[in-house]
Every structure is written in C-alpha cells, then in structure tokens.
Design a protein around this ligand. Structure first.
Ligand SMILES: *Cc1c(COP(=O)(O)O)cnc(C)c1O
Length: 356
C-alpha cells in the first residue's frame, strides 16, 4: 500500500491478495500459464469456483436451501434480474427507498410488476433510515439496500418481515454478522467489499424460484446458473479468483465476527473525530450512520477545497464526497487497516490546529 485509499468502489483490496493475484497473472498454480490463459472448465479453475462458493456458504453460515452464484453484470443487472425471476405480472413487490441505488432497483422492478414504496427517506436527502412502517403481507418480496454507499447510512436493524426479504448488500456484505438465513436473496457487486469489479455475488434460496409464469432468457434465469454450478458460460475468471483470495483472507482474519469488531473500531474512531473536531460535522443521522461509508462536511464549506488538497498532499486518496451529498466520504471497508483511519484522524486534527 503506497497511499491511504478511501475509495468507495472499486476500493482497496488486501495487499497479500493483490500480491498473490499478481503472481497468478504470470503463472497460475505452477501450470506455466497465466490464470487468464486457462480454460474456465479446467480442473484448476473449477477448484477456484468451488472454493469461492464454499467460502461464501461458510462465512455467511447459509442453510442447505441456498445456492451461491458468481455472475456478470454488476449489482445493476440484479436490479432487473431479481424481479424477472421473482415478480410476476400483476404481482406487487415492496421497496424501501433509501437512496439512488434503491431507486434504480425499484425502477427496474416496475418493468415486471407493481412496486409499492413501503418507506422513504427522500424528504431529508436520504440522511436517515426510515423507522416506522408496516409491510403488507401480500408483497411478493421486500427489497432493502442494507448500506447506502452514497449517503453513509446503514440498516442496523434488519426489518422483521413475513414476506421474502431481498437485499442489495453491495457495500456491506461480509462486514458484519447478520442472520443471513432470514433472507430469500442477497446480491452484491464485488468491487466494494469482496473483490474487484466484474463479478456479482448472488445468494438465493432455491425454494423461491420457478414461481413466475413468464419465460426467462437463459442467461437471466438463476436456475440455469445453479444447475451449471455458476459456470453456464465463461465466468469472469480473474474477478472470481481475486474474490476467492479475498474470501480466504477474510476467513484467515477470523471471519465475519472478527472483521466486524475491527470495522466497529474503525468507524467509532472516525465518527468520534468528526463529532469532536470543531471544523467537521457528519451528514447522516447518528443512529443510522454507516460503518462502511463515513460521510462528513465542514462547518465552513469554503475550507473544503483546501482540506481536499491537504489530503492529497498527505497521500489520503478517494475521500471526496459523492456529488449528491458533497463534502467528504471515507469508505472504510474490510480491507482498510485501522492505521489508515488513525492517519486520517491525525490529519484532520492537524488541519484543525492550523486552521482553527
Ligand atoms: C455500487 C453499488 C451498486 C452498483 O453496483 P454495480 O456493480 O456498479 O452495478 C448498487 N448498489 C449499491 C448499494 C452500491 O453501492
């Protein structure tokens, strides 16, 4: 690591993962060929895919009804693929509107059936998580975005519902312990907390599939990918490999329980500084703050440009806020070491001392 990389996605990966991946790029597993040059149906790659799927199963402690898939197309394809497979014409799905990504998801669902927005935090630019709402029992499923990458909010309490729960966990998958068996389907683009861009994790209950009457194109039918153990066509081989290495790394760290503790420490450290430092303030409601994406602004907005330049000089990268929120966003996913968060906090203190 040459800089302190707070990018929101694609984002930093563990050094040892990058090192191993770089070696596999030249010679994979002593085969005398790059991992980019082998067949996706070779024994070597079949093992990579099997291990990746097994690690997901193990880390999330999934029951037998679940299947684990590594697909193309990013989380954005799942916005469409989920209703394609789960929502019949005339049926209704519920969506929790907590930001841009949630909106993109519900917009796609409208192409397939009815969408009911069950709750929204649009009234205050998505700076909080809706609290009191009722979930009608007639919904085919309820869709939730567990972490709102752009606004720095996160569901700390997953709603208890009687309908199947579908979750976009792109920016907090593997970051905290949840009862993952409570979900019917979970998806996540890899490039935030699991690996590089180019592959999407889908974890789906077999028992919810096959219930819509429409015809589903082969590549969009989860059942086809399940039947072919996630190698129906050529998968994004290198992205799956790096994701597998990252999952191995996570297991070596002690799994989700251990990484959750570290994530809590990192977030607490940074939020404490934001709350105590006279120059800065957080943008999300404190109770709903994300442990992955920490959003903050300056009390004097005219200093923001200077702070950004100062960060650049200090090798602090990727903390410019999303244009919809402004200010700063420090993304502190699993791979981010606490030392980098400490470094950012020190830099904020130094800036306050010299600009007080
Ligand atoms: C980044 C992000 C997406 C979009 O992911 P792509 O893989 O680029 O399609 C969707 N949902 C959330 C919560 C995200 O953070």
């Amino acid at each position: 690591m040459q800089v302190h990389n707070f990018n929101a996605g694609p984002s930093m990966l563990p050094n040892e993962v990058l090192y191993k991946a770089s070696k596999a790029l030249i010679d994979f597993d002593g085969l005398g060929m790059s991992i980019l040059e082998i067949s996706h149906r070779s024994e070597a790659f079949l093992q990579v895919m099997a291990e990746a799927r097994q690690l997901v199963r193990e880390l999330l402690q999934l029951d037998e009804d679940f299947e684990v898939l590594f697909l193309h197309g990013g989380a954005s394809t799942q916005f469409m693929q989920v209703p394609y497979n789960l929502l019949d014409t005339g049926e209704t799905a519920g969506y929790l509107d907590t930001g841009v990504w949630a909106n993109r998801a519900l917009k796609e669902a409208r192409l397939f059936g009815n969408v009911e927005v069950i709750a929204s935090s649009a009234d205050r630019n998505y700076c909080y998580i809706p609290k009191s709402f009722t979930v009608p029992k007639h919904l085919k499923y309820l869709h939730i975005t567990t972490n709102n990458t752009i606004y720095g909010t996160q569901w700390h309490q997953i709603p208890e519902v009687e309908v199947p729960l579908v979750a976009d966990m792109s920016s907090d998958i593997f970051s905290r312990q949840l009862d993952f068996n409570k979900f019917a389907l979970i998806y996540a683009g890899a490039q935030k907390n699991m690996g590089p861009a180019g592959v999407t994790l889908v974890v789906v209950r077999k028992s919810i599939l096959g219930k819509v009457s429409r015809l589903i194109p082969t590549m969009l039918d989860y059942r086809v990918h399940i039947q072919h153990e996630s190698i129906y066509n050529t998968p994004p081989v290198f992205a799956v490999y790096i994701s597998m290495l990252t999952l191995r790394w996570l297991k070596e760290q002690g799994g989700i329980a251990a990484i959750e503790k570290r994530n809590e420490e990192k977030a607490a450290l940074l939020y404490r500084e934001i709350d105590e430092n006279p120059l800065f303030k957080g943008t999300a409601d404190p109770a709903d703050r994300s442990r992955m994406n920490v959003c903050f602004v300056m009390n004097d907005p005219s200093l923001e440009k200077e702070f950004l330049e100062f960060c650049k000089k200090e090798d602090i990268v990727g903390i410019k806020g999303h244009r919809l929120v402004g200010g700063f966003r420090a993304s502190i996913y699993n791979a981010m070491p606490i030392e980098s968060v400490e470094y950012l906090v020190e830099s904020m203190r130094y800036f306050a001392r010299t600009h007080g």
